[in-house]
Design a protein around this ligand. Structure first.
Ligand code: ATP
Ligand code: MG
Length: 257
């Protein structure tokens, strides 16, 4: 029996985003279907974090053209907390520190008070949170601790669309597996697309995290647009061998106009 085509969870159309007087995104088109995991590649300063921060509604990112639809609803003018309640979650590249707010409290808020002590204990075990739970969130956390703290918040929230901004950066080799397992638990990364309910968008430079998380397709953000898409591991290999300039000119890749 033929399975139904999943619905589009996220639709980005001709998105232009400026910070101050600089246009950073210049016409991004991207559709993520329910259950899909996408990867975003691209050179430093290309606008990858800008794209994720704009989707989640961080202040300061000005949409000058185009739109973002989530579950068919235009996110324009929606505040970050509203988008979070609709089912968008993010693990930031450099998560902000918040003095006076304990990580345990943030996890509780992310879960909308739905996690009991046993569930928090399980998160603690999965992500080795330990003393971090009773510390001010991200205050003095090491790079790897901050990433595990971000994962804990996402696992507590269980968003329908999880945005991961360089989840493996600064994480030691042992803990990449821990972070990857948390991402898999969230995305149910095993199995066919149709079996999964949650979707993901992962920024990575090295692709190490993809040893632990299945991804369906990768895009290259270049000159403010998605210049190329293809198999994640193939694209990363292509970029490692030939660089971004050569990659986006590759005639073998499926290119957007
Ligand atoms: N507040 C700001 N004011 C001006 N420019 C900004 C601001 N925030 C970001 N930018 C610029 O926007 C561009 C895109 O930044 P962004 O963080 O999205 O890149 P990135 O692709 O995530 O890079 P990286 O791989 O280094 O994380 C950069 O040139 C950056 O300096
Ligand atoms: Mg970035």
């Amino acid at each position: 029996m033929a399975s139904e085509q999943p619905d589009a969870l996220l639709q980005i159309e001709d998105l232009h985003v400026s910070m101050g007087d600089r246009e950073i995104l210049r016409g991004v088109d991207l559709t993520i279907l329910e259950g899909e995991t996408h990867v975003l590649l691209g050179p430093n300063g290309g606008g990858k974090s800008t794209l994720l921060n704009t989707i989640v509604g961080m202040p300061g990112y000005r949409i000058t053209q185009g739109r973002i639809l989530f579950k068919g609803i235009d996110l324009d003018d929606m505040e970050i907390d509203e988008r979070t309640r609709m089912g968008i979650g993010i693990a930031f590249q450099r998560p902000p520190a918040v003095r006076g707010v304990k990580l345990r409290r943030v996890i509780d808020v992310a879960a909308q008070g739905q996690l009991d002590d046993a569930a928090i204990g399980q998160l603690d075990e999965e992500l080795s949170l330990g003393h971090m739970l009773e510390r001010d969130v991200n205050m003095g956390f090491s790079g790897g601790e901050a990433k595990r703290s971000e994962m804990a918040q996402l696992l507590a929230q269980m968003p329908d669309l999880a945005l991961f901004d360089e989840p493996e950066s600064g994480v030691d080799l042992d803990n990449i597996a821990v972070v990857g397992a948390a991402m898999n638990a969230l995305l149910k990364g095993e199995g066919r697309i149709s079996e999964r309910t949650r979707a993901g968008l992962i920024i990575t430079h090295t692709g190490h995290i993809l040893e632990f998380v299945n991804a369906d397709v990768a895009h290259v953000l270049y000159n403010g647009r998605l210049a190329c898409k293809g198999n994640p591991l193939d694209l990363i290999e292509e970029i490692s061998s030939h660089g971004y300039d050569a990659c986006v000119e590759c005639k073998l890749c499926q290119t957007f106009s």
